[in-house]
Structure formats: structure tokens, C-alpha cells
Write a protein that binds this ligand. Structure first.
Ligand code: YK8
Length: 177
């Protein structure tokens, strides 16, 4: 896998979790900028094993010329049980893109770590892996992987820059330094 985001933000761990994993203004704005539409976010629910889970469905707009312009996607998020509110969050997100070529072969696993640094700071790490449900022919596999990495890199670079913008806005206007 690859580490796409690894940075300390002047934002509390709790706030970072809210920005990324609740129906926040930030996420709505970001999705609008990415042309992610038809969003349907299920509520966080605790399953029988005590894990918090939710399911998101949306339509993504794709810029890769090899692929159609849109794809529906399903994202299953789970909060790891080791997570401690306000201190440490580990969110595991599996993303299935249903309408891209070879969609039945692979999915993407994104792991978001939010670790408290101090009262008003946290570190965000996003670790990504392309996973295979069945093994395609070698050439196809490298084709899928290569195209996934480039799309993911661009997505997370954008997410990071929007988070930096949000950090600026949150820390302006005479709040606690
Ligand atoms: C989520 C991974 C692969 C996919 C795409 C498919 C190429 C198909 C390969 C052919 C277009 C928001 C991506 C990047 C679409 C976007 C997905 C996003 C960024 C040519 C063989 C959507 C995170 C996420 C996970 C997986 C990404 C797809 O929050 O290359």
C-alpha cells in the first residue's frame, strides 16, 4: 500500500473526525468540488460485535480518459475498536467502484488514522491499498493498480489541500491559539 497523507494539523482529533466522518459542511463542500453526487450516507451503527459501521453510496465523476465519466460507488466504513474518542481514531474504508472496467476484480481499502497530538492538534495519516477479489491476468492487474494509484493520489492531494484551507479558517478569528 501507500501512505498518501501524513501531516499534523492544527485541529483537534475530535474535530478532524467530525470533518471527515460526519455530514459536515466541509465534506459537503469537498464532495461538491469533486463532483461527487447522489450521496447517501447511512448512519453510524454498532453491529453485533460492537464495531461502529456505516455505508455510503455516491456517484463519482472520473477524469481518467480510459474510463467512463461516472461510476456509482459503495463505501463501507468501520471504526476500529481500538479507537478512543478524542484521542485516537482508526477508520477502515472499503470502496467499491461499480461501473469501471474490471470492477469485479478489485476494491480500494483506505485507512484513516487520526491521532491526538495536543488539545488542538492531531496527526492524520491515510494509508491506501488496492485489493483483489480475484486474480486478473498480470498485465491487467498492473493496469488496474497503476490507474488506481494515480486517481487516488490526486484525490488525497486535493483532500489534504482542502483540509489545510479548513485548518486556516478554523484558526482565524481569534479562537484559542
Ligand atoms: C472515496 C480507485 C480506482 C478508481 C479509478 C478506476 C480506474 C479503473 C482501472 C481501469 C477511476 C472517493 C478511483 C480512483 C475512483 C475514485 C475512488 C475514490 C477517490 C482503467 C482498468 C472515491 C475514495 C476513493 C477510493 C477509490 C477511488 C478509485 O472516498 O481509478
Amino acid at each position: 500500500g501507500r501512505l498518501y497523507v501524513n501531516r499534523v494539523f492544527h485541529v483537534s482529533a475530535e474535530k478532524m473526525f467530525d470533518l471527515l466522518f460526519t455530514d459536515s459542511h466541509f465534506m459537503r463542500r469537498f464532495m461538491k468540488a469533486r463532483k461527487i453526487t447522489n450521496a447517501n450516507f447511512g448512519p453510524w451503527q454498532t453491529d453485533a460485535s460492537g464495531t461502529m459501521k456505516r455505508r455510503l453510496k455516491y456517484t463519482i465523476t472520473i477524469t481518467n480518459p480510459l474510463v467512463g465519466k461516472f461510476s456509482t460507488a459503495t463505501e463501507n466504513q468501520a471504526i476500529d475498536k481500538e479507537s478512543r474518542d478524542g484521542h485516537y481514531y482508526l477508520v477502515d474504508a472499503e470502496v467499491y467502484t461499480h461501473d469501471v472496467p474490471y470492477h469485479d476484480y478489485f476494491y480500494t481499502q483506505n485507512r484513516y488514522w487520526i491521532v491526538r497530538h495536543s488539545k488542538h492538534k492531531c496527526r492524520l495519516r491515510v494509508y491506501t491499498d488496492v485489493k483483489y477479489k480475484k486474480q486478473p491476468w498480470g498485465l491487467i492487474k498492473s493496469f488496474i493498480t497503476k490507474n488506481s494509484w494515480s486517481g487516488l493520489e490526486e484525490y488525497f492531494r486535493h483532500l489534504e489541500s482542502e483540509l489545510l484551507e479548513e485548518e486556516l479558517e478554523l484558526n482565524q478569528g481569534g479562537g484559542d491559539p
